[in-house]
Design a binder for this molecule. Sequence first.
Ligand code: ADP
Ligand code: MG
Length: 224
Amino acid sequence: MTGPVVELTGVSKRYGDVLALSDADLRIDHGELLAVVGPSGSGKSTLLHIMGTLDRPTSGTLHIDGYDVGALTDRQLSVLRARTIGFVFQQFHLARGVPAIDIVADGLLYSGRSRGHRRRAAEQALHRVGLDHRMGHLPHQLSGGEQQRVAIARAVLGDPPLLLADEPTGALDSRSGGAVLELLRELNDGGTTVVVITHDRDIAAALPREVRLKDGRIVPEVRQ
Ligand code: ADP
Ligand code: MG
């Protein structure tokens, strides 16, 4: 694939009198693995919500996979989002009392696919994240790291080209956090563009590219 998967041009986002994101320019190419790093309140989640098309910019333009998001209706936008973007959050957001395989399979609930197809796809996704032996487990029977891997399996189910992860290791101990980062690297090796949002400078420094945010502004990148 050619061209950027995400391109922001002069994007600002205002919440009331808070300018959460200010005049952001950012281009992310297919196949990148990058960190968006900055202290709490610097606008990281705002940027993720905009890149994820969960929230529209107050001003500026956003292209996702070549599409001008501002020109799409909400319905067209949900189709683009479903096809293009997977999300992972700090809290895993897994339905209580539902086995891992069904949590993942339910990601295809509105795809028109049969239950058998959805379950087979879910098995493959759980295999990809190394949870073959935990398919029937309920969320409370899984460790935090395993729960996050279920959430990642759900996010990559339709093989979206872009994965956005907001503080994916924020609720994990350092060992499980490391395993989750390793998994994100593997997915990137497989071709998925991965954006890791983090306030942890060590995590950011270990990734090939760092985009820094400060008070809602992107700090110019120093490239080697
Ligand atoms: P980060 O993820 O880096 O901690 P956020 O993007 O969540 O930062 O927030 C950036 C700024 O925007 C903060 O000052 C926050 O209080 C404000 N903000 C974020 N979301 C909202 C909202 N829905 N309404 C009002 N203010 C918000
Ligand atoms: Mg945040």
